[in-house]
Design a protein around this ligand. Structure first.
Ligand code: SF4
Length: 209
């Protein structure tokens, strides 16, 4: 078995059911949750979204909501003022430009306020079931330690390198597994190397974050 295949198998063994942890019931709820999750944990996002989505059950409700009412419900999340502005402006653009539906196209998604490549990739992967690899800080760190990318690579370069070496059908699941692995085992400051099933493929601590 090749190195890549072995890495994928072991990650799958650790996280067979890899999927997003962000609670959502629609494409727009997912989009809002991903916007909120920037520099915040999924758990902290999941704590505020039930109340938020109850208060504003449709995209139009977010579009019409007073900014302060959105802010009030997401205050425990970092950068909440910016995020509230982005969510309201995104709702407005989806209604006025995209007929009230979250677009399933990368460029259209990235044209929304507060939506960058990573956020678009998560929505395309999780909701629209398109093969994507969204590179966040965890995916980048794990890829670099496992020699799938170089330390100086930007998130976009990491994404391209992963797309080149990983089988297309594994992209979405592998991205979720790398997030979980990076968040809970291969952490930035104190990775659990003694118990790591990927140790033989890893160059840490030869390179460090
Ligand atoms: S050996 Fe340590 S640094 Fe390397 S992949 Fe495993 S947990 Fe991460």
């Amino acid at each position: 078995m090749g190195r890549i295949e072995e890495i994928l198998n072991r990650l799958e063994g650790l996280y067979p059911e890899a999927d997003t942890m962000l609670a959502h019931e629609s494409a727009f709820e997912l989009l809002v949750a991903v916007i909120l999750s920037a520099q915040a944990t999924d758990e902290s996002v999941n704590r505020v979204t039930p109340d938020l989505f109850r208060a504003f059950p449709t995209i139009e409700a977010f579009q019409e909501a007073p900014l302060a009412e959105i802010e009030k419900r997401i205050r425990s999340i970092g950068l909440y003022r910016n995020k509230a502005r982005h969510i309201k402006a995104t709702a407005d653009m989806i209604v006025t430009r995209f007929g009230g539906k979250v677009p399933g196209d990368q460029d259209d998604l990235e044209s929304l306020p507060g939506v960058g490549r990573k956020t678009a990739n998560v929505v395309l992967s999780v909701w629209f079931k398109q093969p994507r690899i969204a590179v966040d800080t965890h995916v980048a760190r794990v890829a670099k330690r496992l020699r799938l990318a170089e330390w100086e690579d930007s998130p976009l370069v990491v994404e391209r390198k992963l797309m080149k070496v990983l089988p297309r059908e594994s992209w979405s699941a592998t991205h979720h597994r790398m997030i979980l692995f990076g968040r809970y085992r291969c952490t930035a400051r104190s990775p659990d190397c003694d118990a790591c099933v990927l140790k033989e493929f890893c160059r840490y601590p030869d390179i460090r974050p």
